[in-house]
Design a protein around this ligand. Structure first.
Ligand SMILES: Nc1ncnc2c1ncn2[C@@H]1O[C@H](COP(=O)(O)OP(=O)(O)O)[C@@H](O)[C@H]1O
Ligand SMILES: [Mg+2]
Length: 252
C-alpha cells in the first residue's frame, strides 16, 4: 500500500539551528497518527514542510506517492487544497460571522454555503443559533468547535491538527479530543496531529511517533506507549523531570 504521506530524510535548518535532522515517517490512508514531542522540537515545522509552507533543505516528502517538495503556483495550491487544518489558536476571522468562517473554502450560493455551515456545525455539536454570531462572542471551547467545523467543511482527504487542545481547560480539551476522534473515524479522513499533550495523543492516535532532537526516535501503536521500552518516550509520557531528555535552560 502506498502511504498517504511519506517523509524520508527531511532536514531543515534555520540559521545555525538544525531543527529537523532527517525525519522518516509514514502515515497510511485512513490512519490517525500523532507526533509527540516537547516545545520547539520542530513539530510545526514538520507539518509546514508537508504543506509546502516551508521548503526542507534535504529529503523527500510524498503524498500518495507523488513528490511534493518544490511545488509552486497552481500545483502547490492544488496540493494545499487537499488538507484541512486546525491550527494552534484556531485562527478564526473575527470580522466574519461564524457561518462565513465555516464555509470560507466553499463555493456556491449563499444559501447552500449557509446550509453547509449549519451541517458542519451540527457535526461538532453546535446549533444554528451560532451561525450569525461573531467568533469573539463565543467561549474558547465553542471557538475550537467552529474552527473544527471549518477544517472539515471542504471534506479534505487529510486533516492536520496543530496542538488542538492548547488553551482549553481539561474537560473541554477532552470533549475536543473525542470530537476529533469521531470526525476522523466517521469521515474516514487521514489525520496527522502534533501535540505535547499526552491525553490528546491517547484519545486521537492509532499510532504515535516521537520527535526528539530532529528525528523520529520511536513509533508504535497507542497501546504500546506505556511499554515502549524507550527511556525518552517513557519520560515524556509520564512527564518526569528526570530522564535522558535534556531541556535547554532557556526553555525552563
Ligand atoms: N520560520 C522560522 N524561522 C526561524 N526559525 C524558525 C522558524 N520556524 C520555526 N523556527 C524554529 O524552529 C524550532 C522548532 O519550531 P516548531 O516546529 O514551531 O516547534 P514545535 O515543536 O513547538 O511546534 C524553534 O526553535 C523555532 O524557533
Ligand atoms: Mg508547534
Amino acid at each position: 500500500m502506498t502511504a498517504r504521506i511519506a517523509l524520508r530524510g527531511v532536514a531543515k535548518q534555520f540559521g545555525a539551528k538544525q531543527v529537523l535532522r532527517g525525519v522518516d515517517l509514514a502515515v497510511q490512508p485512513g490512519e490517525s497518527l500523532v507526533i509527540i514531542g516537547g516545545s520547539g522540537t520542530g513539530k510545526s515545522v514538520t507539518i509546514k514542510c508537508i504543506l509546502g509552507l516551508i521548503r526542507p533543505d534535504a529529503g523527500s516528502i510524498k503524498v500518495d506517492g507523488r513528490e511534493v517538495t518544490g511545488l509552486k503556483g497552481r500545483a502547490l495550491a492544488d496540493h494545499q487544497a487537499r488538507f484541512g487544518m486546525l491550527f494552534q489558536g484556531g485562527a478564526l476571522f473575527d470580522s466574519l460571522p461564524v457561518w462565513r468562517n465555516v464555509s470560507f473554502a466553499l463555493s456556491g450560493s449563499v444559501a447552500s454555503r449557509r446550509a453547509a455551515a449549519a451541517d458542519n456545525l451540527a457535526r461538532v455539536g453546535l446549533g444554528s443559533d451560532v451561525l450569525d454570531l461573531r467568533p469573539s462572542s463565543l467561549s474558547g471551547g465553542m471557538q475550537k468547535r467552529v474552527a473544527l467545523a471549518r477544517a472539515i467543511a471542504a471534506r479534505p482527504e487529510i486533516l492536520f491538527f496543530d496542538e488542538p487542545t492548547t488553551g482549553l481547560d481539561p474537560i473541554m480539551a477532552d470533549v475536543i479530543n473525542d470530537l476529533i476522534r469521531t470526525l476522523v473515524t466517521d469521515l474516514k479522513i487521514t489525520a496527522l496531529t502534533i501535540t505535547h499533550d499526552m491525553s490528546s495523543a491517547r484519545k486521537i492516535a492509532d499510532r504515535v511517533a516521537m520527535l526528539y532532537e530532529g528525528s523520529i526516535i520511536w513509533q508504535g501503536s497507542r497501546d504500546e506507549l506505556d511499554a515502549s521500552g524507550n527511556p525518552y518516550v517513557d519520560q515524556f509520557v509520564h512527564g518526569r523531570a528526570d530522564g535522558p531528555i535534556k531541556m535547554p535552560l532557556r526553555t525552563l
